[in-house]
Ligand binder design. Structure first.
Ligand code: HEM
Length: 344
């Protein structure tokens, strides 16, 4: 269900929402740039809630966002968390995770019954299943609910991570910002904001998106997979049931494929005037690793790619991102640090 609704060919369906939210992000950044991370989170959450449930997120403190953030806070608790309070906490978390799955879904189902539902993942699937048969709808609606619930969990923190890394990279590498703005100004002539149809005309912005996902992979070790049958790889026997962890970090920071891998350098994906293609040397596309592997590869990857692109292009078109300054007005160069865990 997920892969079909978020396929490459379906991605343009989400452009309107993504464009609107990118423009809203610009206004928020203009008003209160110091709340950067909050604005980026709001942007990611708004797009997901809109696309998945047809729900518009109002503002700070929105009910659905509060519910979801409470449920997702679970992942910050270390596995070894000791003590008798643990079972009580586990019960609370279970409740929070259920509520995250149920609350927005019920809102959409009510809207469907009243005939007021906006287009969304849930509405599409509901209509498809209903057209099939009443039984089909009854048997599958719980799956729809589960899939929809996964989209906030899968899509918010990951997009936030990538956009935060973008801002950090631009602060650390001001020459990248300059080149990007030259490209944007040349095409747009300060007369409008960039839009999705400009993608092919803005290779440097495309290269920035790739470099963000390579330089700071959102999930450096992906998600664990399991071998469903006995397998052999390069002479190693892998019995069925083995947990296999794809080392995305090692792939994307391999100095043979990506010389000076810790340097943020979008040019590594370019030949003069355009993006490298598979016929150019060393063209490994970070998108082939950063979104995971095989059947469980991120189903939101086309939507995520479009969202990173429009946000990054719009931000660079209207703002200069610079270091903050100290009391004496001197720029303070940040020392990058990252959180650990599944998502960086
Ligand atoms: C920059 C943004 C994103 C990155 C880097 C990212 C990355 C990933 C990765 C590495 C996985 C694990 C894949 C594997 O098991 O091999 C994953 C899974 C998943 N992602 Fe994303 N993701 C992003 C955005 C999104 C968005 C926007 C959505 C929703 C619309 C989404 C939905 C999901 C879901 C549902 C899964 C679980 C798939 C499954 O278990 O079969 N992701 N993502």
């Amino acid at each position: 269900m997920f892969h079909r609704q978020f396929s490459q060919s379906a991605a343009p369906v989400h452009w309107n929402v993504q464009r609107k939210e990118a423009h809203a992000l610009l206004r928020r950044l203009l008003d209160t740039p110091e709340d950067l991370i909050e604005h980026l989170r709001h942007n990611a959450a708004s797009v997901i809630m809109n696309v998945t449930y047809g729900i518009n997120i109002s503002s700070k403190g929105d009910r659905y966002i509060t519910i979801a953030e409470k449920a997702l806070a679970v992942k910050y608790i270390p596995e070894w968390a000791p003590g008798a309070g643990f079972r009580r906490k586990a019960r609370e978390w279970k409740k929070a995770v259920r509520e995250m799955r149920d609350a927005p879904f019920e809102t959409t189902m009510d809207a469907i019954k009243e005939g007021t539902a906006s287009p969304s993942f849930v509405l599409n699937l509901f209509q498809e299943l209903e057209a099939e048969s009443k039984d089909c709808l009854k048997n599958n609606i719980e799956v729809v609910k589960g899939c929809a619930g996964m989209s906030y969990a899968g899509g918010t923190e990951s997009t936030l991570s990538a956009l935060s890394s973008f801002v950090l990279a631009i602060i650390l590498y001001p020459e990248v910002q300059e080149k990007a703005q030259e490209e944007l100004d040349h095409l747009l002539d300060h007369s409008r904001l960039p839009d999705f149809l400009d993608r092919d005309s803005l290779p440097y912005i495309n290269a920035i998106v790739k470099e963000v996902l390579r330089w700071s992979p959102v999930a450096p070790l992906g998600l664990p997979h399991m071998a469903s049958e006995d397998d052999e790889y390069n002479g190693y026997f892998i019995p069925a049931g083995t947990t296999v962890v794809g080392n995305t970090w090692a792939i994307l920071h391999n100095p043979i494929t990506f010389p000076n891998p810790s340097v943020f350098n979008p040019d590594r994906f370019l030949v003069p005037g355009k993006l490298k293609t598979s016929s150019d040397p060393s063209p490994l596309d970070p998108l082939s690793a950063t979104f995971g592997y095989g059947r469980r590869i991120c189903p939101g990857r086309y939507m995520a790619g479009a969202q990173l692109w429009i946000s990054i292009a719009c931000i660079l078109a209207v703002f200069d991102i610079k270091c903050g300054v100290d009391e004496d007005g001197r720029p303070v160069r940040p020392h990058p640090t990252f959180t650990s865990g599944l998502i960086r």
